[in-house]
Unconditional design. Structure first.
Length: 289
């Protein structure tokens, strides 16, 4: 409990520090920024580029569309979009978690598989996500199985899982190989097979590595879902809101910053939900490599 309280306190302190640095930059830096030759080395800090934090927060309570018959506040729109994106990100996290865990088990079981697959797993994360998203959407649109056809949200979930599987596969592989050689030899001496050693020794030893990897994967899944929504134009999520609000950013930058703030909070919520996994595996918290 004390550890989680410290973590929450640290997160709040980091947010307060970020707000203070934002306002300090607006106060100290020139409103037009600093340009040397044709290169801008410091950004503009006027209200059209960097609105005050309290202006962004106040915008959350303002109507999304002025004069609408059934006005919806910006905060309600951001919350609704964030819930849609959160569902897709969590779906991608589950898919990526299952795929990453199975891949880690395969690489631990067969040394040849680790040598053959791990370099490609690492290299896969160097491919620009914004280039992959349209390809996934295009390929998925051609899939039709029985009466089921590929929906745009499925592509978003797949792209989210693409970013989520990497930290989980690497973290799980490190955890599965973490038991001491003496412990593994003791299991062999007791005639325990590979499966028994995996379940009784390697998986419990991997929990301290899995939980932080899952937090990283949750945040990565949110990023993947938002980028996929922006790249493919999928409606309903917060990525689409960022696009729509960015179109009016020159006249009302606080609105797009409200959506960006919602996306940042969404990432923290997704990472915080991993605490449920941590509580379920709390009895393995003391497992050591």
């Amino acid at each position: 409990m004390n550890g989680r309280l410290r973590g929450a306190t640290t997160a709040v302190a980091a947010f307060v520090l970020l707000v203070a640095l934002w306002e300090l930059a607006k106060w100290l830096l020139p409103a037009a920024g600093v340009t040397v030759g044709d290169t801008r080395i410091l950004p503009r800090t006027d209200d059209a580029a960097m609105p005050h934090v309290w202006t962004v927060l106040a915008r959350l309570g303002a109507p999304e569309v002025a004069g609408a018959a059934d006005p919806r506040s910006v905060g309600a729109a951001v919350a609704g979009g964030a819930l849609v994106t959160l569902g897709l990100a969590l779906g991608g996290l589950v898919l990526g978690g299952i795929g990453g865990t199975l891949l880690a088990v395969l690489m631990q079981r067969f040394a040849l598989a680790e040598k053959a697959v791990l370099p490609y797993v690492i290299a896969s994360q160097t491919v620009p996500l914004i280039a992959i998203a349209p390809l996934v959407a295009g390929w998925g649109g051609r899939i039709a199985i029985g009466g089921w056809t590929w929906e745009p949200w499925a592509g978003v979930m797949v792209i989210a899982s693409y970013l989520a599987f990497f930290p989980i596969s690497v973290g799980m592989l490190r955890g599965l190989t973490s038991p001491r050689k003496a412990d593994v030899e003791m299991f062999h001496a007791l005639a325990a097979g590979w499966w028994t050693t995996l379940v009784r020794l390697r998986l419990p030893a991997s929990v301290p590595y899995l939980v932080p990897a899952a937090r990283l994967a949750a945040a990565a899944a949110v990023v993947g879902a938002i980028v996929a929504e922006i790249s493919t134009g999928t409606r309903g999520g917060i990525g689409r809101l960022i696009i729509e609000y960015a179109q009016s950013a020159t006249g009302d930058p606080s609105q797009v910053y409200a959506a960006i703030l919602g996306a940042a909070v969404l990432g923290l919520v997704a990472a915080g939900l991993v605490t449920v996994l941590e509580l379920g595996l709390s009895r393995y918290r003391g497992a050591t490599a």
